[in-house]
Ligand binder design. Structure first.
Ligand code: KIV
Length: 271
């Protein structure tokens, strides 16, 4: 990382330039002051205040119990530790069921310090995406495995393996891009689908369990450090294990491996 890019704040424009230049970028979840500070020090470009906080912070078995108040509180904590990264925040389960709830709840997160909101779902979110984007709120569309729909999906499983569903995901991602989404986050899909989405969309694509070809990668803080006591997914890599430089060194290694394309490796991918 050059001294110049170390100082400049990451914005939507930065992410789009990364895509244009074929430069990979690293994203990580964080939920408090110290983790945001450490992520910044290590050069993480996007910090997600994810509703995974329901599991890794609150100890629930899904993200469904997370409220807008919980998310707002964690955005506020992260904002104080952040300097350069772009802060993205999840709109929690059922906080964007109507036009007014989407606008009101997105406004709460933006006022607390988020610079982009993330919504889980496909083409049905086109109007909401348009509504938010038109009013100056950058939107990240989250597709593939959408954990807020775990009960509808019947579990946390790989999405888009069959050609029909894979095509649907691509078509719906294009609809969300046209509606004004600034970024796509794609979770738990086969490598080919991650690649096809990245190549067919103009907006940057962030992957988690979506193979090495996406523009950016994201991991959950507790997974990267091997802290979560529950079952870990195939796409997770514990960067603290065997790392003599502790937490800071683990995050720095993650950033480096995303940028040089070493992460994710074959063993972290679905086919
Ligand atoms: O909530 C979260 O942490 C997420 C990541 C899994 C991408 O959405």
């Amino acid at each position: 990382m050059s001294t110049q890019s170390a100082k400049q704040k990451v914005t939507i424009k930065t992410l789009h330039k990364f895509k244009k230049d074929g430069e990979k970028f690293a994203c990580l979840t964080a939920y408090d002051y110290c983790s945001a500070y450490a992520a910044n020090q290590a050069g993480v470009e996007v910090i997600l205040v994810g509703d995974s906080l329901g599991m890794v912070i609150q100890g629930h078995d899904s993200s469904l119990p997370v409220t807008i108040g919980d998310t707002a509180y964690h955005v506020r904590c992260v904002r104080r530790g952040n300097e350069r990264a772009m802060i993205m925040a999840d709109l929690p389960f059922m906080s964007y069921y109507s036009e007014s709830s989407s606008l009101e709840n997105a406004a709460i997160l933006m006022r607390e310090g988020a610079q982009m909101v993330k919504l889980e779902g496909g083409a049905w979110l086109a109007e909401t995406t348009h509504l938010l984007a038109e009013r100056g709120i950058p939107v990240c569309a989250h597709m593939g495995l959408t954990p807020q729909s775990v009960n509808h999906l019947g579990g946390y499983s790989v999405q888009g393996r069959d050609p029909r569903r894979s095509k649907e995901i691509i078509d719906e991602a294009k609809i969300l891009q046209s509606a004004g989404a600034s970024v796509l986050l794609i979770e738990c899909v086969p490598v080919n689908l991650g690649q096809e989405l990245t190549e067919s969309l103009d907006i940057p694509v962030i992957g988690i369990g979506a193979g090495p070809k996406t523009d950016g990668q994201i991991l959950v803080w507790h997974d990267l450090l091997g802290l979560y006591p529950g079952k870990t997914a195939k796409f997770v890599k514990n960067y603290l294990k065997g790392n003599r430089d502790g937490v800071q060194g683990a995050i720095a290694k993650y950033v480096k491996e995303v940028k040089n394309g070493r992460f994710p490796a074959k063993q972290h991918c679905y086919f």
